[in-house]
Design a protein around this ligand. Structure first.
Ligand SMILES: Nc1ncnc2c1ncn2[C@@H]1O[C@H](COP(=O)(O)OP(=O)(O)OP(=O)(O)O)[C@@H](O)[C@H]1O
Ligand SMILES: [Mg+2]
Length: 234
């Protein structure tokens, strides 16, 4: 398996404040990484640093051999970063369809395939972003990242605050995108069981550093480690 992403000696934060310290890991093509950690441990800061939305203080980020850390945020999208931020960045004044076509780039993911995956969005094609439920907004945010035809999908707490039935729909879609379609992804979650079940690898952050790295399956089967690292028993 060839390598897609390599992060080395990464430190980053906001202004002078350094939040991430000496973060390093690698991810292969088509692999899924669960990025875990309690509140405020730096998960979003790491995702945003990959997308170019923080101040990087040191280290390197390579995507498919390209030095991502030297690029501006819009160049990183063109280089293959599909970013779904924690706050779901859809254009609220545009329709569902316009949200997708505004950012679409050539490749196997197009609005039609997004609608096949999320039939709820197909029904809401002409609705404005403001008229969508939280779950529909999240589906649209994922769809917008997909139609960029990225090499790496970044999902920051995609299940947060959603009803159980929507969580199931999103999990099915994420499984299809990553496992069936083979798109590499980093998925942030605080409640790890569902995400560990569909991930290959797991990284746990605490105070902005990596405190645990393992296969997702191994971490999932260690309740004591989950309790110690995340404060959850299962
Ligand atoms: N815009 C910002 N400016 C300054 N400090 C920030 C900013 N955003 C986050 N921080 C700080 O960085 C640290 C890590 O925050 P971050 O949002 O990355 O954590 P997180 O693991 O994503 O948390 P959560 O689970 O609550 O989403 C925290 O101490 C937070 O206060
Ligand atoms: Mg966060």
């Amino acid at each position: 398996m060839s390598e897609l992403l390599r992060i080395e000696n990464l430190s980053a934060g906001y202004g002078e404040a350094v939040v991430l310290h000496d973060v390093a890991f690698a991810l292969g093509e088509g692999q899924t990484l669960a990025l875990l950690g309690r509140n405020g441990t730096g998960k979003t800061t790491l995702i945003n640093t990959l997308a170019g939305a923080t101040r990087q203080h040191g280290g390197t980020i390579a995507l498919g051999g390209q030095a991502l850390h030297k690029l501006a945020p819009h160049q990183r999208a063109a280089a293959g970063i599909g970013w779904v931020p924690q706050e779901r960045n859809i254009f609220k004044s545009l329709t569902v369809h316009e949200n997708l076509t505004a950012v679409e780039r050539p490749g196997k993911w197009n609005p039609q395939r997004v609608y096949e995956m999320f039939p709820r969005l197909a029904e809401r094609k002409t609705n404005l972003g403001t008229q969508l439920s939280g779950g529909e907004q999240q589906m649209l945010a994922v769809g917008r990242a997909l139609v960029l035809n990225p090499k790496l999908l970044l999902l920051d707490e995609p299940l947060e605050g959603l009803a159980p039935i929507i969580v199931e729909e999103l999990l099915r879609a994420i499984r299809r995108i990553t496992q069936d379609e083979g798109l590499a992804a980093i998925i942030v979650e605080q409640h790890p069981q569902a995400i560990l079940a569909i991930s290959d690898h797991a990284v746990v952050l605490d105070h902005g550093t990596i405190v645990h790295t393992d296969s997702a399956a191994a971490l999932r089967s260690q309740p004591q480690a989950l309790e110690r690292l995340l404060g959850v028993a299962r």
